[in-house]
Ligand binder design. Sequence first.
Ligand code: SAH
Ligand code: SF4
Length: 354
Amino acid sequence: MAKIRIGPDDVLSMTVEELERLMEREGQPRFRGAQLFEWLWRHGIGSYEEIPVWPKPLRQRMAQEYPFHRLRLVESQRAHDGTTKLLLEMADKQRVETVLLPHRFGYSVCISSQVGCAMGCKFCASGLKGRVRQLSAGEMADQVSFGNHVLAERQARVSRVDVMGIGEPLDNLEALMQFLELAHHSQGMNLSYRHITVSTSGLVPAIKHLADSGKPVTLAVSLHAPNDALRLSLMPVNRAYPLDQLIPMSRYYAEKTGRRVTFEYLLLKDVNDGEKEAHELGRLIGGFGAHVNLIPWNPVAEHPFQPSPKAHVRRFQSIVQEYGISCTIRRELGQEIDAACGQLRLREEEPVSP
Ligand code: SAH
Ligand code: SF4
């Protein structure tokens, strides 16, 4: 049997048009491509054998020539509030974490975009081992599909996707763009772009690319500090893309797509949570309709910070609001299973505790 491909020539990473071309190369009618896409993403099949409308020889030939691997569940943990963390294994045995989060509107799924992360933010667990590898578009889409599979038991479906798990999605731009197309397509999971949020540490040229792509996803920018000196001490990416590039580009994104940009702001006790920083933030981003989401920090043993006390968080929020900026505090979900986005950890060496 042919080796399972990880990357753009894996059928799970192909768009309808690419599958149509592949089927034509195989001497098949074009419509088989759309059929395959539909069976992969609407029905979530695990093998070609599950396509009843295909003749057996075709199923056998495809299994031989284009084998695919669906994510395999290694471990799942469910918290009382319904938050569910999934540890999923890819074809090369690398593992990825995906989290299902309950909301009033239904469920969102928080997916990973890389194994590890190269950005080295000083408060984050995902970057501790650096970037191990990129995820393919299919591996990203399959996390959403797996979420649907789990939610089917609860008579629910994924209604929003946050690309906010392990990794920096804009450091894997090509696969991300392909993933957006797969997730959006009406013959597949049919998610609207506005229901997909891409979170970035601030790769400015990639934000421009996304803004001009015609895929108006919701953009979340991890800001975490209102001035360059403080931001640089927390996020090395600020050296390449300082605030005088990042803020205008975020504004450009909002104007180009008509979508409100969210700034994420992690609160670290006595580091970035003072009144001074709140005022600075208000002045920095006031006036273009952006939203601020304050994130309580989930402690990471390897990093020296403390989460901000609740009183600091509320004070920070009310100062930001004085600038006419809408500002919310992120709900903490699934605390007993460590499931909050951004705190996902690779656990190849550490077993997941029951
Ligand atoms: N790389 C992207 C997306 C993944 S991180 C980004 O940085 O935006 C998703 C969010 O979780 C980011 O805002 C990140 O700063 C935040 N985060 C990282 N570590 C965290 C922690 N320990 N507690 C809470 N949020 C954290
Ligand atoms: Fe990477 Fe985001 Fe973590 Fe920074 S916060 S190390 S960009 S995953």
